[in-house]
Design a protein around this ligand. Structure first.
Ligand code: FAD
Length: 381
């Protein structure tokens, strides 16, 4: 598979599987297993995995474009995809000796969905400081933790879980473990009934003396933080920005379609023909959407050819994307008026979905704090 075929497969699945069911899945808060199956069958779950394990070895540009394409049809599925990609990258980067070969083959074959279980009830959005602490036992560790939100909870085949190392001396001395869904002591702790991204099962999970063998320890003790920063953060921020881009594109398309079809019968004109103020707002939406697209391209370039400014771009891209998605979908709500408010069109779902990005960690506020620290030459932590 190459970049173009990955994109055309994503578009075909978005049109055939995601788009027709998005409204109903959102309404019912139903996880779209059939979307994950379709992505797996098409080889898109393993699109970034190395060729040696059966993946396609494609880069961040393909990942971003596939994610945006999925988000245009259903941002819930795009978020499931994004979390899986972050987890898969962490598994690929596992320390030497970790027993992950079979899981990587299963991901490449489209049979295995993974996700991240970082955020904890105790440290909230500060995922880099888990409050749970693994306890050493004979074969590995026992983990007891309250994970506050886990996308694909109860649907993934494995979870990349963070916890403080047994001998952690500081708050960021964490470890990442791979916990199979079948592990004893791992359970979904409640329902997911969010404002937006309602179809992605981002429920809380509990680990209760959950035993993880040392073969499924993905990082060395205290090296979890480094993996979060170097492996997960760049991909997660790029993917979150891609979800935002998909939402913006869908909002522009939905708004344009409404302005061309809704009519003032007494004036004999469509809304778009009649009102320059609506046209001006649509133009602003288009400008912001294309600006975000350019920002994503720039981040992809920085990830493909790392340089001094790469981390700054990683931080900026998600911060900007969160704001742009809220602004563009808010404008769509206003331009489409009562039709949007009364849920006659998909714009209100996009508006609700768009609000997740800024509160998903690292949140927009935290990113601003980091960006200003980088700008002032201060340490991030
Ligand atoms: C749809 C969805 C899916 C999710 N999926 C996952 C997942 O798969 N895996 C996972 O690990 N987590 C997941 N999360 C959790 C997410 O990443 C955040 O941890 C969570 O949204 C934080 O919410 P909170 O109420 O705990 O935030 P709080 O930490 O209570 O933050 C409240 C407010 O304070 C601000 N704030 C916090 N710290 C600072 C600071 N230092 N400086 C300035 N402002 C600050 C925040 O920006 C926010 O506005 C998901 C969340 C959502 C909504």
């Amino acid at each position: 598979m190459n970049h173009e075929t990955a994109l055309s497969k994503a578009k075909e699945i978005a049109d055939r599987v995601l788009a027709p069911a998005a409204r109903q899945n959102d309404k019912e808060g139903r996880f779209s297993s059939e979307s994950v199956e379709a992505l797996g069958r098409a080889g898109l779950l393993g699109v970034m995995l190395p060729v040696e394990v059966g993946g396609s070895g494609l880069g961040p540009g393909t990942f971003a474009n596939v994610t945006a394409t999925l988000a245009e049809a259903d941002a819930s599925v795009a978020m499931v995809y994004l979390m899986h990609k972050c987890a898969a990258a962490t598994i690929v980067a596992a320390r030497q000796g970790a027993s992950v070969a079979q899981i990587l083959q299963d991901i490449a074959a489209g049979r295995h969905l993974s996700t991240l279980a970082f955020s904890e009830a105790g440290s909230r959005s500060h995922f880099w400081t888990p409050v749970s602490r693994a306890r050493q036992n004979r074969t590995g560790v026992l983990i007891t933790a309250k994970k506050s939100w886990v996308t694909s909870a109860g649907h993934a085949q494995s979870y990349v879980v963070s916890s403080l190392a047994p001998e952690a001396a500081g708050p960021t001395d964490s470890v990442l473990y791979l916990v199979p869904a079948s592990a004893r002591g791992l359970s979904v702790a409640g329902p997911w009934d969010g404002l937006g991204l309602r179809a992605n099962a981002s429920a809380p999970m509990i680990l209760d003396d959950c035993e993880v063998s040392s073969q499924l320890q993905l990082t060395d003790d205290s090296a979890g933080f480094k993996a979060m920063l170097e492996v997960v953060l760049p991909l997660f921020n790029l993917g979150a920005a891609a979800v935002a881009l998909g939402l913006c594109r869908a909002a522009v398309a939905g708004t344009a379609a409404h302005l061309k079809s809704a009519r003032f019968e007494h004036l004999g004109q469509t809304l778009g023909e009649s009102l320059p103020t609506l046209r001006a707002q649509l133009a602003t939406m288009q400008i912001d959407t294309d600006g975000l697209s350019t920002r994503l391209d720039d981040l992809v370039d920085h990830l493909e050819r790392p340089r001094d400014t790469t981390m700054l771009r990683v931080l900026e891209c998600k911060a900007a994307a969160g704001d742009v998605a809220i602004a563009v979908t808010s404008a769509a709500m206003r331009v489409c008026g009562g039709s949007a408010f009364s849920k006659h069109m998909n714009v209100e779902r996009l508006f609700r979905d768009a609000h997740a990005g800024a509160v998903m960690a690292p949140t927009g506020d935290v990113l601003r704090e980091f960006i200003s620290r980088v700008t002032l030459g201060m340490p991030l932590f």
